[in-house]
Write a protein that binds this ligand. Sequence first.
Ligand code: 5CA
Ligand code: ZN
Length: 409
Amino acid sequence: MHAWPASEVPALPGKGRDLQIHDTATQGTITLAPGPVARLYVCGITPYDATHIGHAATYNAFDLVQRVWLDNKRQVHYVQNVTDVDDPLLERALRDGHDWTELAERETALFREDMTALRMLPPQHYIGAVEAIPGIVPLVERLRDAGAAYELDGDVYFSVEADPDFGGVSHLDAAAMRALSAERGGDPDRPGKKNPLDPMLWMAAREGEPSWDGGSLGRGRPGWHIECVAIALEHLGMGFDIQGGGSDLAFPHHEMGASHAQALTGEFPMAKAYVHAGMVALHGEKMSKSKGNLVFVSALRRAGVDPAAIRLALLAHHYRANWEWTDDVLAQAEARLARWRAAVSRPDGLPAEALVEEVRAALADDLNAPAALAAVDAWVDAQNASDGDDESAPGLVSRTVDALLGVAL
Ligand code: 5CA
Ligand code: ZN
């Protein structure tokens, strides 16, 4: 699949910093030392509805990761998937009488527009589950042949016991895992499974559902976790720097994915850091397609909201926090954007070299975007209260905010 166009990232004077980031697996903050090419996998959307503010907040976190790396003179190799065949997509298409492929294409196109408007850097490889099937089948066959997978009425399940480190991403107890598995696409109550948590790798063709040639697996379609593993291993290989997504993906998705990859390769770990963004709520509940309590990025754009203000509203919250979207959050972001734009539209101002370092330091410290905004606010307030005469200052502030925060002033 094609991704979306990249906005330019201006180069800043001085040197960037290494990224320190909270890793779910080790339950602490680690300093990543990527090689010259930093490798990032971020789970993409299931395209049965439009991009909401929760999605945008999660992608914003991983956009900041890339901006820190780019500023630190790393190249970034970024891969993202699109879950363009899965139960929720097929169910929504059936409910609304739409063709599932058209629904997926339409919503993926809208996602690309939203990401472009928000100045999110695109992945180099943007891969759909359907196009990944030829790479998924041999992985499932290998897991089966190695005894890490078994068949149940034509479906193929992964055996979580095959990975000695199973549980090491999310650190949940068995009861919590079982509850989350039932909630998030698993089938812990299906009779005949070796372990109730075992996730499906390959689902045998069902009447009225799309299916593909699965070689020795028979016709069917891939499970969710193996989709991301196949794409990540093909384009990034084992031991990549960050596996990212919202906190609702820690279990089962990233836990199972890590186990699949480790059982396949015998190597550990799949990713050096498992990074999870908090959940955005609306009216007191997590924004989710299944509940329908959503604020869409595209709807805000249609209503005339500046995408830079949406981005500032996201940046005003630490990526690991759970937070609530309100009209006030947006109003504050719009006011901030106007203040910042006024301050940089002056022909000269207060020197801004120190500000560049403050924004760098804030982001390198577990992506502390609220601290970065506070630093820019402080420069803007001082700028408005003084008559500094550094002619390069307004441009430097604009470039800093653009390069490190993705906001065009
Ligand atoms: N296709 C799978 C990942 S392979 C998937 O989870 N798709 S999704 O469309 O449901 O979510 C896309 C991303 O947005 C995931 O990282 C998910 O964790 C994140 N996300 C979903 N809802 C929210 C929310 N309310 N707040 C923050 N992030 C969210
Ligand atoms: Zn995924």
